[in-house]
Design a protein around this ligand. Structure first.
Ligand code: C2E
Ligand code: MG
Ligand code: MG
Ligand code: MG
Length: 287
């Protein structure tokens, strides 16, 4: 009888919760555990100056390998971390790990910056800027080597608050990039009030650049707007030489993508930097 009562209750819940919600609950528990047990790692993807081929930065991208779930994509676990508040713990860990790695690169003679993706929920939490400053001091990294990437859509969702927030970040001396630019419907009036340093053109535009004529026009326009505001422009998701040549023609400043390297574990990123700084790097296209 007890079994049937329990069974009924279970049935009630399993019908009430749709499968997606159940999955999310399971994923949340596993993510909490992974954070506690230090199971997340960062991979790094180089960012190159287009004209000189110089490596100027490395973007840190979170990776989670779970024994039963396998490799879980950040596209799946970051939204869950955001919804459950785990993003604060996760974000603090990512920031510390990335800054410490960047400091080690400097000690090895590679003066690159590190880009860290942050979510708006995370940066709007009380104490975020103190956490950033504390991490930089603890690790001994100068603030200008830290670049915070915020997506355009996150910024626009909280546009008014973002203006003040970005000014405050600027006062810390860190760099700011607008990620996935072109997908978030920025209004130009906000854009000019956002104190940022760089625009990252979303890979969907890059993908179109060799296929559709109007895509070249769009990229040229984004680059022109960025430059007129004194910003650097980087294109993400660059996979082919053809795309890169088009981007160079559009006066884009920097590139990032599989053409140069996939996101790699720290040890591989070390070797990449070693090679990059050993060879007197020619134009990015000749690599
Ligand atoms: P994102 O910051 O826009 O990162 C770019 C994504 O494109 C990464 O996916 C990267 O692996 C992928 N990518 C890079 N080059 C190429 C290319 O040439 N071709 C293609 N097809 N893809 C390329 P990933 O690593 O799966 O990350 C997805 C998103 O998850 C990121 O987009 C970022 O928004 C978020 N994310 C990753 N790590 C973190 C983190 O530590 N904190 C937060 N808040 N978000 C993160
Ligand atoms: Mg990013
Ligand atoms: Mg992006
Ligand atoms: Mg993205």
């Amino acid at each position: 009888a007890a079994k049937s009562a329990g069974g009924n209750r279970y049935q009630f819940f399993s019908q009430g919760l749709n499968q997606q919600a159940q999955e999310r609950v399971a994923l949340e528990a596993a993510l909490r555990e992974a954070l506690k047990k230090d199971r997340l790692v960062l991979h790094y993807q180089p960012q190159l100056e287009l004209a000189q081929g110089r490596v100027v930065g490395m973007e840190a991208l979170a990776r989670w390998y779970d024994d039963t779930l396998g490799m879980v994509s950040p596209a799946r676990f970051i939204p869950i971390a955001e919804q459950t508040g785990l993003i604060h713990e996760l974000g603090a860990w990512v920031l510390h790990e990335a800054c410490a790695q960047c400091k080690r690169w400097h000690q090895e003679g590679y003066p690159v910056s590190v880009s860290v993706n942050v979510s708006i929920k995370q940066v709007m939490q009380e104490g975020f800027s103190e956490m950033v400053v504390g991490t930089l001091l603890e690790v001994g990294l100068e603030p200008q080597y830290l670049d915070l990437e915020l997506t355009e859509s996150m910024l626009m969702e909280k546009a008014a608050e973002s203006v003040a927030l970005l000014r405050m970040f600027k006062s810390l001396g860190v760099q700011i990039s607008i990620d996935d630019f072109g997908t978030g419907y920025s209004s130009l009036s906000y854009l000019k009030n956002f104190s940022v340093d760089r625009i990252k053109i979303d890979q969907s535009f890059v993908r179109d650049v060799t296929v559709r004529d109007d895509a070249v026009g769009i990229i040229k326009a984004i680059v022109a707007i960025g430059h007129s505001m004194g910003l650097k422009v980087i294109a993400e998701g660059v996979e082919t030489r053809d795309e890169q040549e088009k981007l160079l023609a559009c006066k884009c400043d920097q590139v990032q993508g599989y053409l140069h390297a996939r996101p790699m574990p720290a040890a591989e990123a070390d070797s990449f930097l070693e090679r990059a700084f050993a060879s007197d790097a020619g134009p990015a296209g000749q690599k």
